[in-house]
Design a binder for this molecule. Structure first.
Ligand SMILES: NC(=O)c1ccc[n+]([C@@H]2O[C@H](COP(=O)([O-])OP(=O)(O)OC[C@H]3O[C@@H](n4cnc5c(N)ncnc54)[C@H](O)[C@@H]3O)[C@@H](O)[C@H]2O)c1
Length: 123
């Protein structure tokens, strides 16, 4: 399994599933190297109840890893969870009334393109 995005949603998803599914490897990838480095050093960047416990369990099982090599992680996965940020988009001058109603899907579509590339290389 590959989880793209090592933030709140991606990490919690990967860590809880990895702790419960020792036979499956979960790779969490993110373009934010500083964030990846924290997870690799077991410095949890935020608090959630029981997160440390699940993280330690998955780490001890050896089925959870973090990387900034996004395309490589995607290309090795059978299943990809996309958990990247989707902030409100900045409206263009003629779209003032839509402030806060549109979503910036740039990060999401970047990951979709990476999945497309990886899929195209499958034999
Ligand atoms: N946090 C919440 O409580 C919550 C609740 C409901 C829904 N969501 C949704 O879940 C999604 C993720 O939210 P979050 O809070 O985890 O965001 P987040 O900002 O904590 O984490 C997103 C991560 O994605 C990474 N990222 C961005 N582009 C990337 C790319 N191309 N490749 C790899 N990594 C990339 C960022 O570096 C960041 O670390 C968003 O769509 C958000 O709206 C979040």
């Amino acid at each position: 399994m590959c989880v793209v995005g090592a933030g709140y949603v991606g990490s919690l998803t990967a860590i809880t599933m990895a702790a419960q599914c020792p036979a499956v490897h979960f790779t969490v990838c993110d373009i934010n190297q500083a964030l990846v480095s924290k997870w690799q050093k077991a410095v949890l960047p935020f608090y959630e109840p029981q997160l440390g416990e699940y993280f330690e369990k998955a780490t001890a099982q050896g089925n959870l890893s973090y990387t900034e090599q996004v395309e490589a992680a995607i290309s090795k996965a059978d299943v990809v969870f996309i958990c990247v940020n989707t902030p409100p988009s900045k409206p263009k001058p003629f779209e003032k009334e839509s402030l806060g109603l549109k979503t910036d899907m740039t990060a999401f579509f970047s990951v979709v393109r990476s999945i497309g590339k990886a899929s195209a290389n499958l034999s």
